[in-house]
Design a protein around this ligand. Structure first.
Ligand code: 13P
Length: 253
């Protein structure tokens, strides 16, 4: 099954509105191969401005988190309806920085996934083990728990409605990328879990992104793995030239 690659930039808490506009403009003006999708997830404060810059381009707007309620007394949260209103198509959910710095639980992440889907946003559900968990041979157990709890009660009509991102915590922002074998092994494990949880055609259609120190030098090898369907990029997405090289990956032989 051919899956359309998705190259996603997560700008975390890095850009002012002016910086975000300039970066989005450079990406939108670049040559983007027609066979792949590109998403940019700026800080919330820059969503509207970046949305205007991306208007008329194929680049998709994404959010870095999303609440599960449409509206109400939820100080500091942004609702899926608000994200739709500003033009978002996808929302990153359960990023390791949300889990580990802000204490988000699998139950909370599950509610966010359900809320996003209810409003037609595509969740990009992030999962991944810490170094401690990997060294204790807990990687698969952690991935299984995060995936099953994150997707508890979530029904899908097709595999395009949800994206999973495998981001080993030890590879995020460290310059230490998982080897292509480690990435493929984890993605293959996730694919089989999805086959167990959903109908096979849905599970094989769903995209699984790799995230963690992706750069122009390692993207080709990562993308050549059969179950790596894209990349969720942090640091290397903050410069137009490196992100555009990532967008233009060529699978290595
Ligand atoms: P880096 O690419 O900076 O390692 O960040 C990865 C990440 O967390 C993307 O969500």
């Amino acid at each position: 099954m051919e899956r359309r690659p998705l190259l996603a930039g997560n700008w975390k808490m890095y850009t002012t509105i002016a910086e975000a506009e300039a970066l989005a403009g450079a990406v939108a003006r670049s040559a983007i191969p027609a066979d792949r999708d590109v998403m940019l997830a700026p800080p919330f404060t820059a969503l509207a401005a970046v949305g205007r810059v991306l208007a008329g381009s194929p680049v998709l707007l994404g959010a870095q988190n999303v609440c599960w309620e449409e509206k109400g007394a939820f100080t500091g949260e942004i609702s899926p309806a608000m994200l739709k209103d500003v033009g978002c198509r996808l929302a990153i959910i359960g990023h390791s920085e949300r889990r580990h710095i802000f204490g988000e639980t699998d139950a909370m992440i599950n509610k966010r996934v359900a809320g996003a889907l209810r409003f037609g946003l595509i969740p990009v559900l992030c999962i991944g083990e810490t170094l401690e968990e990997r060294e204790a041979a807990q990687t698969f157990a952690v991935l299984e728990r995060q995936l099953r709890k994150g997707l508890l009660g979530i029904t899908l009509a097709d595999g395009d409605q949800l994206v999973v991102a495998y981001e080993p915590v030890w590879a995020i922002g460290t310059g230490k990328t998982a080897t292509v074998e480690q990435a493929q092994e984890a993605h293959y494990f996730v694919r089989n879990l999805l086959v167990d949880m959903y109908e096979k055609n849905i599970a094989t259609q769903m995209r699984i992104l790799y995230g963690g120190s992706v750069n122009p030098g390692n993207v080709d090898a990562l993308m050549s793995q059969p179950d790596v369907d894209g990349a969720l990029v942090g640091g290397a997405a903050l410069k137009a030239d490196s992100f555009c090289s990532i967008i233009n990956f060529n699978k290595s032989a």
